[in-house]
Ligand binder design. Structure first.
Ligand code: ADP
Length: 222
């Protein structure tokens, strides 16, 4: 591993907990999180030109075209402090994105150190996402789950409202999963072949998964 903070890609199906783990890890390491899904949703909310273009894709559960994602990624890397590593949550998601990533990173004097995949089965994904709500209106939005009454109460006590993400509707979740299997899963073999893939069992609690990933990063397995 170089002395530079590592640059990590986080892979896994929707609902594997990529954003939750990203949140947990950035508090422990000098990582800058780059969450492409979050950035796209922010563009949609702000009704920018990019937001208007990508909204129909997110609405259907389809991927945004690679050319637009490449521009978005470059804009993120442009402003990244060279002292910090990044944790890419949600990119790459297609073979062309994975193949282009090395070249894009080289333009910013970086290279990828590790691809960590959070593994969880389809049934668990559907359970998690169909019950997932985002607590809005209580500071920084945070995920809650309808099966976890304590989390719903916590949200309401802070004056928040549990809201379903548009793309967490069951028919869109099914489409996102199909897209993951078809377009993103081949990336696992790709990173495995170059010795950069690490697998983590994501059926455990977020704290356990975050610990497993953190241990992987600090024990030099990069
Ligand atoms: P999840 O991983 O749970 O599906 P994200 O927040 O990462 O959620 O992504 C939400 C949506 O944003 C995706 O369904 C897709 O439409 C779009 N998106 C995010 N990252 C990419 C990417 N790298 N390439 C294409 N589309 C993307």
């Amino acid at each position: 591993m170089s002395t530079q903070p590592p640059n990590i890609v986080l892979l896994g199906p929707p609902g594997a907990g990529k954003s939750t783990i990203t949140e947990a890890l950035v508090h422990q390491h000098d990582f800058v999180p780059i969450s492409t899904g979050q950035r796209l949703r922010a563009e949609i909310k702000a009704r920018t030109a990019l937001g208007r273009t990508v909204a129909p894709y997110l609405d259907r559960g389809d991927l945004v075209p690679d050319s637009l994602m490449d521009r978005l990624l470059r804009a993120c890397l442009e402003t990244l402090d060279p002292e910090h590593g990044f944790l890419l949550d949600g990119y790459p998601r297609t073979m062309p994105q994975a193949l282009g990533l090395a070249g894009t990173l080289a333009d910013y004097n970086r290279r990828l150190d590790l691809a960590v995949v959070l593994e969880v089965g389809d049934d668990e994904v559907v359970r998690r996402l169909s019950g997932r709500r985002i607590c809005e209106g209580a500071g920084v939005p945070f995920p809650v789950h309808i099966d976890d009454l304590a989390s719903i109460i916590r949200c309401r006590e802070r004056g928040g409202q549990p809201v379903q993400r548009d793309d967490d509707r069951p028919e869109v979740v099914r489409q996102r999963l199909a897209v993951y299997h078809r377009q993103t899963q081949p990336l696992l073999d790709f990173y495995d072949a170059v010795g950069q893939l690490r697998r983590v069992d994501a059926r455990n609690t977020p704290a356990e998964v975050a610990r497993a990933v953190a241990a992987m990063l600090s024990n030099g397995s990069t």
